[in-house]
Design a protein around this ligand. Structure first.
Ligand code: IVH
Length: 690
């Protein structure tokens, strides 16, 4: 799939686009850091080409479409033969069109192609004299490059001595494998440096670094072999006449590392279909390769075809890069979430400014563990390089440190388990809740015991942890069969605490159905939804007998939510049975069960002092209502026949405004909604307050 070209509207925008592209290309070839990712660069260059096609008289000499790409670097070593770039195609159609133009030049349809991975690293020329590696030169601007011979000995696959004493230039790509990249960033940040954004930048930076305190290995893949001025003429002739596939076999025979022993060796294809099949095969294994590829290079294999096709100033006409969709994009890291998995592992996850990579919008990326965050020196607000290949979960490769503004904030690590509040075991790189697999249980029991659920005083997370650790409880129902002597045997549980807890548990058994439902923690049903379900069905038996259709009759439950609530309740059946057997109340006081299906008519309208009224409670309650939580106030409204809501609108019938009420009170005044003080409200519902 081709992403659209950038749209350039006028000459000024064109000049700017050329300037941006030149700067990005220079950064790319020199291994500097570009604010454009590959995809953005490709789109820009295609936009430039589109504009130039319409305005052939206005083409700037600097344009990346016309010259050997890459910025010139001073003080360079001239290349004996220019190191060219490659033209790109992005689809099977574009590729087929290219083969047609190749056929026109070679004068024959059938030709042989060599098909191999387009390695995502830096081009390098390695000069061998009588079999000895004498010089390493970067590509530079294509006509001259930088001497990086200091890197000799650090590049795997580039032997210092060939198996035969020949004088040749080996060309190929220097890159870092995933493992080499990890290691490079570990060493670099360990020395106080900024991490590299991706393996390509890492290889470029490492290759050019002269005074290094440490050695970081890289890997070389050869893709070309050519004679030098001193090459024996018989060998020179042989090299020039070799098919590309034979040339690569010859290079491998000299001890040069090529793609041959990877999962994606160069292969020969006889037809366009065979090439496209091979492209598909290479694309399919891309995500699993230990090195990055950004496409597939297709070359005319035979020397005579290459000669007939010739080269332009920028790229040969006998080869083409079939680009694969970019797997890396730059976006911003907005937040870090800490999620606790089934086994208690606490894993950070980056929340990203949404970015489209290979057709999918990415909003989250894994961050592994806290040590990894520290190692990568990530901060909130950072621009980050996000990598997503195949179906693999997207990952944040590294911050793009040169895009920092100074506004970035440190990422805070949790001090307590974010799910259950227990201590965190930070002994290993992967942090784990001290409760391990029980974390989920502790969190759900502490929630069930909370003030708005079963309101079990004295049963905080610490006490739950203690009970779980002692093996006394494995689910919510076990709480209600705890015996006095079991509790007394626990540490810090004296007679008083034990009796208080048992009394609180006895009271909890009498809680209305709405709170029992809420305590069960059915997904999608919080406090107010649990109350609505309980008031609608009146008994747990009716709730459990409801199918999705019946569940949808509860206000606020739609076709999407109903089946999942029904399914989850069915899953909870054994626990609900166990709770009922332990004597937990399963009815909602004051509510009437709905008529059986087919009996006609809706559930009877609520009656009570607030019948039919939508009520909003805001501010601090005083007087008789002082001790009531917001949830309890809402319960009271509903028991009085009203409907509780949290926002004021024209539909609101009454706003109970306590001390410190702010915007909701103002809105009520503005909309002329009736206001009541807590005292006035207490009078309205006097019959329901004990
Ligand atoms: S052949 C005349 N083969 O891609 C240039 N290049 O985008 C012929 N590259 O500058 C190059 N893998 O650095 C060739 N298997 C491969 C390649 C490859 C990566 C690089 C090379 C070139 C760049 C163009």
């Amino acid at each position: 799939m081709t992403t659209p070209a950038a749209v350039i509207v006028d000459a000024a925008a064109y000049a700017q686009a050329v300037e941006d592209a030149v700067r990005a290309a220079a950064a790319y070839y020199e291994g500097g850091t570009s604010p454009l990712d590959d995809d953005a660069y490709d789109r820009l260059v295609r936009g430039i080409a589109d504009w130039e096609a319409e305005h052939p008289d206005g083409i700037l000499p600097d344009s990346p479409t016309g010259k050997v790409a890459g910025g010139a670097v001073e003080g360079d070593v001239p290349h004996t033969v220019p190191m060219l770039s490659l033209d790109n195609v992005f689809s099977a159609e574009e590729f087929t069109a290219w083969t047609a133009s190749l056929a026109r030049r070679t004068g024959r349809d059938a030709t042989r192609f060599s098909v191999g991975p387009k390695l995502d690293g830096l081009a390098i020329a390695a000069r061998y004299s009588d079999g000895r590696l004498t010089r390493l030169i970067t590509r530079g601007d294509g006509t001259a490059g930088e001497d990086v011979s200091h890197a000799i000995g650090t590049v795997e696959g580039l032997p210092e001595k060939l198996d035969e004493p020949v004088t040749v230039e080996v060309r190929g790509e220097v890159l870092m494998t995933a493992a080499q990249f990890e290691y490079a960033n570990e060493v670099r940040t360990g020395h106080g440096g900024q991490p590299f954004a991706n393996p390509r930048n890492a290889a470029a930076g490492t290759l050019r670094a002269r005074e290094r305190l440490y050695t970081v290995p890289m890997t070389f893949f050869g893709y070309g072999l050519l004679p030098l001025p001193d090459t024996d003429s018989a060998l020179a002739e042989k090299l020039n006449d070799f098919a590309h596939s034979d040339l690569m076999a010859f290079a491998a025979g000299l001890g040069v590392h090529t793609s041959a022993r990877t999962a994606v060796p160069d292969t020969v294809a006889e037809t366009v279909e065979e090439v496209l099949d091979r492209v598909g095969e290479i694309a399919a294994v891309r995500a699993e390769l230990p090195f990055g590829i950004d496409g597939i290079v297709v070359k005319a294999d035979l020397a005579e075809d290459r000669r007939a096709a010739g080269s332009g100033s920028r790229a040969p006409r006998w080869a083409i890069a079939y680009k694969l969709p970019a797997v890396e994009k730059i976006t911003r890291l907005l937040e870090v979430e800490w999620n606790v998995g089934r086994t208690g592992i606490i894993a950070p996850r980056g929340v990203l400014e949404p970015v489209v990579i290979d057709g999918s919008t990415i909003t989250y990326a894994t961050l592994h563990n806290p040590a990894d965050i520290t190692r990568r020196d990530l901060r909130l607000g950072d621009h980050v390089m996000v990598h997503r290949a195949g179906d693999v979960i997207p990952r944040i490769e590294a911050p793009v440190a040169h895009l920092r503004t100074g506004e970035e904030r440190p990422i805070e690590f949790p001090a307590q388990c974010p799910r259950c509040g227990s201590d965190i075991d930070t002994g290993e790189e992967r942090w784990r809740c001290a409760q391990g697999r029980n974390c989920h249980l502790v969190a759900s029991l502490a929630y069930a015991a909370g003030r708005d659920q079963l309101d079990i005083e004295g049963l905080g997370a610490t006490r739950v942890v203690q009970l779980v650790d002692a093996g006394l409880i494995a689910d919510l129902a076990d709480l209600f069969t705890l015996r006095r002597e079991q509790l007394l045997a626990l540490e810090r549980m004296g007679e008083t605490s034990t009796d208080n807890l048992l009394a609180a548990l006895a009271r909890a058994k009498e809680q209305p159905l709405s709170r029992v439902l809420c305590a069960l923690g059915v997904r999608g049903t919080g406090r107010s939804m649990s109350r609505r379900i309980a008031r609608h069905f009146a008994t747990m038996d009716h709730v459990r007998a409801a199918d999705a259709e019946a569940m949808q009759r509860v206000e606020g439950i739609g076709a999407e939510k109903a089946p999942s609530i029904v399914a989850e309740l069915a899953e909870l059946a054994p626990l609900i049975d166990k709770l009922a057997a332990a004597g937990v109340n399963m009815t909602e006081p004051g509510a009437t069960p709905p008529p059986p299906p087919g009996a006609g008519g809706d559930a009877p309208a609520e009656d009570g002092p607030l019948a039919g009224m939508t009520v909003v409670v805001t501010g601090a309650m005083t007087g008789k209502l002082e001790k009531l939580s917001r949830n309890e106030m809402n319960e009271l409204v509903e028991r009085a026949g009203g409907r509780s809501s949290s926002s004021v609108s024209r539909k609101t019938a009454l706003v109970v405004a306590g001390e410190g009420a702010g915007s909701k009170r103002a809105k009520a005044e503005q909309l002329d909604v009736r206001l009541a003080t807590p005292e006035e409200f207490a009078t309205m519902v006097a019959g329901l307050l004990d």
